[in-house]
Design a protein around this ligand. Structure first.
Ligand SMILES: Nc1ncnc2c1ncn2[C@@H]1O[C@H](COP(=O)(O)OP(=O)(O)OP(=O)(O)O)[C@@H](O)[C@H]1O
Length: 309
């Protein structure tokens, strides 16, 4: 008998078009149980479409997509019970209490009676909301509302949680709380797929996929992605970035690019080159910084733009 553990997600050659527009192009990737998987991509790269396919809202016309071995095209009810979704736009009813929102959500998943009531109380307690359960959502802070959203996504005990930009609108403290919830889920073996534009969040994922225009540009651990850039990254600010780029190319043979008004280049042992750069471009460099590659550098190398765009 095959003892290979099932992938949480197994996507093979998934393509999805909206009319003439390609949203996902021959995408293949696998996600393990208990893995926290980040999706990075500029606007329109296909992240939401992928969530829609995984949550069976749209069917994949081309390719095969399985969630814990269940096919999203043919086994929709099973797939829906296996996943929880936290969408970007708030889905809570503000006029209802936290407890009522959770209870309604439980009904949608066929939960009833004492079992549901018990789960709601456990979930409220797990999310440190027990003492606020009777209050209307309209009286909650943004961070607390987010916690209720995540609690709702987990009420039916899914094995895969999809979260679309869950930190949007959260202050740093609420963001830390959210990521400690994600770390708990990982320990419980729940897989999490999260989209984010924040580098510090991407760094917390076990693996990341970088998408652009529906294509998978890279998929690896944050450390491996960063080491793929190699060497150091030199970032310079200048009032005349184009002239600086031209001067570096002509005088030192260095190829650079300007992203977000910062001139940047990759090279080994960059600290040795700093004095040469400043001498070669007198008055053109306002500030210069040398650092090890970050995920931002990986993203820029692969897409030619910054993730924050
Ligand atoms: N309902 C739709 N009809 C037509 N085109 C669509 C539709 N939904 C998405 N698209 C297009 O498909 C592509 C992928 O969009 P998608 O929403 O999946 O990207 P995204 O990565 O989630 O973007 P964002 O970061 O802005 O949320 C884009 O070109 C988008 O314009």
């Amino acid at each position: 008998m095959d003892q290979t553990p099932l992938n949480a997600v197994d996507i093979q050659h998934l393509t999805h078009n909206y009319g003439q527009r390609v949203a996902l192009a021959d995408l293949s990737l696998q996600i393990a149980p208990g893995e926290v998987f980040g999706l990075l991509g500029p606007n329109g790269s296909g992240k939401t479409t992928l969530f829609r396919v995984l949550s069976t809202i749209i069917l994949p016309p081309v390719g095969a997509v399985k969630v814990f071995g269940r096919d999203v095209a043919t086994d929709q009810a099973a797939v829906r019970s296996l996943i929880g979704v936290v969408f970007q736009s708030p889905s809570l009813d503000k006029q209802l209490t936290a407890r009522e929102n959770l209870t309604h959500h439980g009904h949608l998943y066929g939960l009833r009676g004492r079992d549901l009531a018990q789960r709601v109380e456990e979930t409220l307690a797990a999310f440190k909301l027990a003492d606020r359960g009777r209050e209307r959502i309209s009286t909650f802070s943004g961070g607390m509302r987010r916690r209720v959203e995540v609690a709702m996504g987990l009420l039916h005990r899914p094995r895969l949680l999809l979260m679309d930009e869950p930190s949007t609108g959260l202050d740093p403290a609420a963001r830390i709380d959210l990521w400690s919830i994600i770390a708990d889920l990982r320990r419980q073996g729940v897989s999490v797929i999260v989209t984010t534009h924040l580098m510090e969040e991407a760094d917390l994922c076990d693996r990341l996929a970088i998408l652009e225009q529906g294509k998978l540009l890279a998929c690896d651990t944050p450390a491996a992605l960063k080491s793929s850039v190699g060497g150091d990254v030199v970032a310079m600010t200048s009032r005349e970035p184009e002239r600086l780029q031209q001067t570096l190319a002509e005088r030192l043979g260095l190829r650079s690019q300007t992203i977000d008004r910062t001139v940047r280049l990759e090279m080994p042992d960059a600290h040795l080159a700093v004095p040469k750069i400043i001498e070669a471009a007198p008055g053109l460099v306002e500030s210069i910084a040398v650092g090890k590659p970050t995920l931002q550098d990986v993203f820029i190398r692969l897409t030619g733009r910054s993730l924050a765009d």
